[in-house]
Write a protein that binds this ligand. Structure first.
Ligand SMILES: [Zn+2]
Length: 332
C-alpha cells in the first residue's frame, strides 16, 4: 500500500468514525430528550390524579332512621382545605334575610355548585357528586332542645346549634345532652341584643360577649367552641374591619345559605317546608332554623324531604372548617 493510499484510507476511516460518533451523539440526545419528556408526563399524570384523590374529601351516603350513627356524617372530610368547597360556600343565597327576617342586601351572584366529593362505601371508591346539608338551630337552649336532639337521634343525624349565653343558666342539662349526642354547640352571643352588639360600630362588646359565652359553654360541655353565628346575620352590621377583629380573636363565623323563616310561621309549619323546598338547590347547604315549636313539628318532614333529595346530614367539625358568610370573607 502506498503512502498516499494509506493516508486516504485513514482519512476515510476518520470520516467514518466521525459519522458514527455523530450518530451515537444523536441517539444519546434523543434518549435523553425522551427521558425528560416521560418524566414531565409522569409528573403531570401524578398531579392530575392527585387532584381527584378520593381522600381529599370523603363523605358517606345519606342516612335514614335506624342506620348506624356515623354513616350520615361527613367523615375524613377535608372541606376546609378544598378551595372548590370554600369558593362554593361563599356564594350564598341572593335574597338573604337576617334571622329576624329583615331583608339583607347580598350582591353575590348565584353560582352553580361544583362540589365534587367522594363517597366511601365498603372501601369501594367512586367519584360522584355528594350533596351535604348542615341543619342549624339558633337561639337555644330552650324547652325544645331535647326534642330536637331526640328527632336528630331517631334519624341518626347531627346538627349545629348556636346558643345564646343568657339562656344557658338553668338549661345546662339540655346543652350537655345536645353536645354528648354528637351535635356541635356553637356561640350566638350573650345578649342577642342588636343595640349592645352593633350600635357602637365597634367590635369590642361583640367579641367580649362571645368570649364570655365561649367560657360558659366550656364549663358545661368541656369544649370551647370557636364557631359563632352573629345574631341577625353578619350583614349589614358587620363590616370588613369588624370581621378582621372577629378573626383576630380566633373565632370563625357562619351565616347560612337557606333561611327557613321558621320564626315567622308559628301556626304554619308547612310554610317552613315551602321555604326550604324553594331555597334548597346547592350541593352544600346551611339551613337556618330556630328552637321553636313549629320547627320541631315540621323537622321530621324536613329531614325526610332532604334525605329523598339525596342530601347527607353533616355537623360542623372544627378541623374541617370552611367559610359560610355573606361577605365571602375567607378569614372567617
Ligand atoms: Zn338568633
Amino acid at each position: 500500500m502506498s503512502y498516499t493510499s494509506r493516508i486516504q484510507r485513514e482519512q476515510q476511516q476518520s470520516t467514518k468514525n466521525k459519522r458514527s460518533d455523530l450518530i451515537l451523539k444523536r441517539i444519546i440526545m434523543t434518549a435523553l430528550a425522551l427521558t425528560v419528556i416521560s418524566f414531565i408526563m409522569t409528573i403531570i399524570v401524578i398531579k392530575t390524579v392527585g387532584k381527584e384523590d378520593p381522600n381529599t374529601t370523603t363523605v358517606v351516603a345519606p342516612k335514614f332512621a335506624g342506620q348506624s350513627e356515623q354513616t350520615s356524617e361527613v367523615i375524613q372530610s377535608n372541606l376546609g382545605t378544598d378551595p372548590r368547597i370554600s369558593k362554593l360556600l361563599t356564594h350564598v343565597e341572593n335574597n338573604v334575610t337576617s334571622d329576624n327576617g329583615v331583608l339583607l342586601p347580598d350582591s353575590s351572584p348565584q353560582q352553580p355548585n361544583e362540589a365534587v366529593v367522594q363517597e366511601n362505601e365498603d372501601s369501594k371508591k367512586e367519584t360522584k357528586k355528594q350533596k351535604v346539608v348542615y341543619l342549624t338551630f339558633d337561639d337555644g337552649p330552650s324547652k325544645y332542645t331535647d326534642e330536637i336532639v331526640d328527632i336528630l337521634n331517631q334519624n341518626g343525624i347531627h346538627a349545629t346549634f348556636f346558643m345564646i349565653g343568657s339562656n344557658l343558666s338553668g338549661n345546662e342539662a339540655h346543652v350537655k345532652n345536645a353536645h354528648e349526642a354528637g351535635n356541635y354547640v356553637g356561640l350566638h352571643s350573650m345578649s342577642h341584643s342588636k343595640k349592645k352588639l352593633y350600635d357602637s360600630g365597634s367590635s369590642a362588646n361583640f367579641i367580649k360577649e362571645f368570649t364570655k359565652e365561649q367560657g360558659l359553654i366550656k364549663e358545661i360541655t368541656g369544649m370551647a367552641p370557636h364557631l359563632i353565628r352573629a345574631p341577625y346575620g353578619s350583614q349589614p352590621a358587620i363590616g370588613k374591619k369588624f370581621r378582621g377583629d372577629i378573626a383576630a380573636a380566633n373565632f370563625k363565623m357562619w351565616d347560612w345559605t337557606v333561611d327557613s323563616k321558621d320564626w315567622n310561621y308559628p301556626h304554619h309549619p308547612e310554610k317552613i317546608m315551602s321555604e326550604i323546598k324553594r331555597q334548597v338547590h346547592r350541593d352544600v347547604e346551611v339551613i337556618l332554623m330556630h328552637e321553636k315549636l313549629q320547627t320541631v313539628t315540621v323537622l321530621p318532614d324536613i329531614i325526610e324531604y332532604l334525605s329523598k333529595k339525596g342530601y347527607s346530614f353533616a355537623v360542623y367539625k372544627p378541623d374541617q372548617h370552611f367559610s359560610v358568610n355573606f361577605a365571602k370573607d375567607e378569614r372567617l
